[in-house]
Design a protein around this ligand. Structure first.
Ligand SMILES: C[S@@+](CC[C@H](N)C(=O)[O-])C[C@H]1O[C@@H](n2cnc3c(N)ncnc32)[C@H](O)[C@@H]1O
Length: 498
């Protein structure tokens, strides 16, 4: 089978040293299966100049028309989706699937190219982002301009409507900002404007929460400004116990709700005006608000011509914490626990979903399929080796949170269910692209790209390419201090249903 060449290849994997030759620091654990995996798939590893960290991250979207309306750090760029659509030769009439849709970059780029697309996503602020962005061609610019004038000329009356905080969001805003946020929220709800413009106003308020708050999203955590009462109280307690106060970040002068809202609305009006000058031919895009693991098995087979996606990485980042302000603002309270648990397992808190999945497959008359997929994962030698290696490191006291072990096992187990369902719902000839990062825990390297490729092959896909970014991923300072620096691959794996 001829290999798909997506980008000009600069050097081979061997020349560029893309392959990893050691997976276990100081030879503590068995690495035979991981080395065999590199030998098996090493020829698929390719590094290209056209393909950089900016392209696979949200960075390139920051100034983009439409895609910059909300900052989704975990998103990939519209240019990457565009590039993959072209290289996979996807056309109007085709349907693209993104099972981890996030801020819906894939769906929006598909819309620009008049290609049908379906996405699946769990988080409510992403649903809102889709509802607001997907209407870009439908907004009435006159109404948007009118709203702008009204906001400039009016000070809405104060409201008693509270911001329903989660424990982790308490004191995130200066009091004035929180009061203004709620008064604008209530005011927009009461205005006599179209439903889509109301949704847009709610979306804009959601998109400015970080900017007007004492918090900053920083990968795994929300970082807090020293001025937040939460930090001040924490420090008073520390000082009372004779401990040194912790130092928060300094976000400088915080912008107000009104000015930030108007700035964002101004950009949106200018984007919408531009977009509406050149409308793409009609096509349909749909976002399913749900859990991929449970939605995919319900879909009809052989319908998608391509999959372009990026799942959460196996890096312990918890989206429900990073986006706690947005979720709380949208009224997610106790549900946050369910949302966290429904996410593809990528935090140490995720509990196994296998029982629920088994029941789901049983209910839909697919018990045999469930067993087959589970058996594929459980008999995978590389995953068994990784599980055993982490077990050993845990016994050696090198893993500070034992939740890492089930997290890794569940991560690949759940992904295999996704891969298997993708194979079923894809048409023959369809290409599948997954953007992901390799990770390392306690000196054990987990080759997420090649292990995923192996599991995808086991469920039927033909591995095609593993594109490796020229810039490798750094290590956490903790890992570096103890196990030295190892460059980890950040890759786009491409498979095909033959
Ligand atoms: C890396 S982000 C995708 C970003 C997307 N490519 C973009 O450009 O915005 C992964 C997304 O998967 C979602 N997700 C995680 N587990 C999920 C599940 N079980 N079902 C549906 N979505 C899920 C997360 O909420 C997150 O938005």
């Amino acid at each position: 089978m001829q290999q798909l060449t997506l980008f000009p290849i600069t050097e081979t994997a061997q020349e560029k040293n893309l392959s990893q030759d050691s997976f276990t620091h100081n030879n503590v654990c068995d690495e035979t299966a991981r080395i065999a995996l590199e030998e098996n798939y090493g020829h698929l590893l390719e590094e290209t100049d056209e393909f950089n960290r900016q392209l696979v991250s949200f960075q390139a979207n920051k100034t983009e028309i439409l895609h910059s309306w909300i900052k989704y750090r975990e998103g990939f760029s519209a240019n990457l989706v565009d590039l993959l659509i072209r290289k996979f030769e996807l056309e109007p009439g085709d349907i693209i699937l993104d099972p981890f849709a996030g801020s819906c970059t894939t769906l929006l780029v598909a819309e620009m190219r008049s290609i049908n697309a379906v996405g699946i996503e769990l988080l409510p602020h992403c649903h809102l982002a889709w509802n607001a962005k997907s209407r870009a061609f439908g907004y009435d610019v006159n109404e948007l301009n009118h709203i702008r004038e009204v906001v400039i000329g009016t000070t809405p009356v104060a409201t008693t409507k509270p911001f329903n905080h989660l424990t982790i969001t308490e004191t995130a805003f200066p009091q004035q900002a929180e009061d203004d946020l709620m008064r604008y929220t209530e005011w927009f709800e009461s205005l006599d404007i179209s439903k889509s413009t109301k949704t847009l106003c709610q979306f804009i308020l959601t998109s400015i929460l970080e900017e007007i708050s004492y918090t900053r999203k920083d990968g795994q955590y929300l970082r807090w400004d020293s001025r937040a009462e939460k930090i001040q109280e924490h420090n008073r307690n520390r000082v009372a116990k004779g401990k040194k106060p912790i130092k928060g970040i300094d976000k400088g002068d915080l912008p107000g709700v009104k000015e930030t809202f108007l700035k964002r609305l101004g950009k949106i009006i200018s984007d919408v005006t531009e977009l509406q000058k050149d409308r793409p031919l009609p096509s349909y895009q749909r976002l399913i608000e749900g859990n991929t693991l449970f939605e995919l098995p319900l879909m009809a087979e052989n319908q998608f011509s391509g999959v372009i996606t990026s799942p959460p990485y196996a890096n312990r980042y918890d989206y429900t914490r990073t986006y706690a302000l947005e979720l709380a603002y949208l009224g997610v309270n106790e549900d946050i626990f369910n949302l966290r648990q429904s996410q593809l397992s990528c935090t140490v808190e995720n509990k196994p979903k296998l029982n629920d999945l088994e029941k789901h497959y049983e209910k839909t008359g697919q018990s045999d399929r469930f067993k087959l997929i589970l058996n594929t994962v459980q008999s995978n030698k590389t995953l068994s080796e990784i599980n055993a290696a982490l077990e050993k490191r845990l016994k050696l006291g090198e893993i500070n949170n034992k939740g890492v072990l089930p997290m890794i096992n569940q991560y690949f187990t759940e992904l295999t269910f996704v891969f298997s369902e993708l194979y079923r719902v894809c048409k023959s000839g369809a290409h599948v692209a997954f953007v992901n990062d390799n990770v390392r825990y306690a000196g054990e390297i987990i080759p997420v790209d090649l292990l995923s490729t192996n599991l995808a092959e086991q469920v039927g896909f033909q591995p095609v390419n593993v594109f490796v970014l020229p810039q490798r991923k750094g290590n956490s300072s903790q890992q570096m201090g103890r196990y030295g620096r190892v460059a980890l691959r950040k890759s786009i794996t491409v498979w095909q249903k033959i």
